[in-house]
Write a protein that binds this ligand. Structure first.
Ligand SMILES: O=C(O)C(=O)Cc1ccccc1
Length: 319
């Protein structure tokens, strides 16, 4: 390919492929990505490296699912790869089928290819229906099925229902997910420093470390939010990894950094935490307006600040 034919990085979006993954379904929800070049990658690290190294303008990555919890590879990457910001959130309902090469019978299946997160969400069905199966991990839900034709290592694969549009597979069982209402939450990550505009239905994501050996520091962290009426929709601890017993906290807050109560909470966090990573403020996927008590309205914070500024600048105090 000549240079002129190379897709422009500012028009390239990376996602966990190949085509047909849930990650691709999430990227389809991004209006700005329509008609642009979509680069299929094999893992979250590769997707984020594309963004950091400037090959892509943004990457879509799975961050949490309703059955199996936080995607640790994503949370750890966001904590350690510098310069990334979340600019959007997307929800995709997830449901799985068991597929095989045509002609395979269910009672012949021994080895099942599956993305680890998909496996965790289908474990109940697999343990019940295929009690002696072995799990072979795959890089994605679609790759799990594609591998059936690339090597003979597995007899069946856990895949999205839409797989039949992409590959000549036979569906051995439908709806094998343990929870029919399972959802996966995806985030669009970029290097952009400009924060998406406040919509009133926003989230703010941060990663926080606590001071070492300070009793009560976890409570002190939580108090930053509770004293300002800020709700958390995610609180997850992840090992920092340098030594036993050290954790960082992945936190999603209801609200935008431009909301005074969120802004003030982040100032509070920054004052006592040795490390706060601001991952971004962005519109919630469900567009649900953030609810909070009116005593934490922007005006209340602004009035208090103006009052003290007035005192410092020598203005006469009102009764
Ligand atoms: O995007 C996909 O299809 C993936 O393979 C990652 C994944 C795994 C399980 C649930 C949602 C996304």
């Amino acid at each position: 390919m000549t240079d002129a034919a190379q897709p422009r990085p500012d028009e390239t979006y990376s996602y966990l492929g190949p085509a047909g993954t849930f990650t691709e379904a999430a990227l389809k929800q991004v209006h700005e990505a329509a008609g642009k070049h979509w680069r299929s990658v094999n893992n979250v690290g590769e997707a984020l490296a594309d963004v950091v190294d400037g090959r892509s303008t943004a990457a879509m990555i799975a961050i949490e699912n309703s059955v199996d919890g936080g995607v640790s590879a994503t949370q750890d990457a966001l904590a350690t790869v510098a310069g990334l910001r979340i600019i959007g959130e997307y929800l995709v309902p997830v449901n799985f089928v068991l597929v095989a090469r045509p002609g395979t019978r269910l009672d012949e299946v021994r080895v099942v290819n599956a993305h680890p997160v998909a496996y965790a969400q289908s474990r109940g069905w697999l343990e019940r229906e295929l009690p002696d199966h072995a799990h072979l991990p795959a890089t994605s839900n679609v790759q799990a099925a594609a591998s059936l034709f690339e090597n003979g290592l597995a007899d069946a694969a856990v895949a999205p229902p839409g797989i039949v549009d992409h590959l000549d597979v036979e569906v051995l069982a439908e709806s094998i997910g343990d929870n029919p209402n399972a959802m996966t939450r995806f985030v669009l990550v970029s290097r952009s420093r400009s924060i998406p505009a406040r919509t009133g239905a926003d989230k703010t994501s941060v990663i926080v470390e606590l001071p070492d050996d300070e009793p009560g520091s976890l409570l002190a962290m939580l108090e930053q939010f509770s004293t300002r009426g800020v709700n958390m929709s995610l609180l997850q601890s992840r090992p920092i990894g340098d030594e036993m017993g050290r954790y960082r906290f992945v936190i999603d807050l209801d609200g935008h950094v431009e909301d005074e109560r969120v802004y003030d909470s982040l100032l509070g966090l920054r004052r006592f935490s040795p490390k706060v990573i601001f991952l971004g403020s962005y519109a919630r996927a469900d567009r649900r307006e953030v609810e909070y008590h009116s005593k934490y309205d922007d005006e209340i914070f602004i009035e208090a600040r103006d009052w003290l500024r007035g005192i410092l600048s020598g203005e006469p105090e009102e009764d």
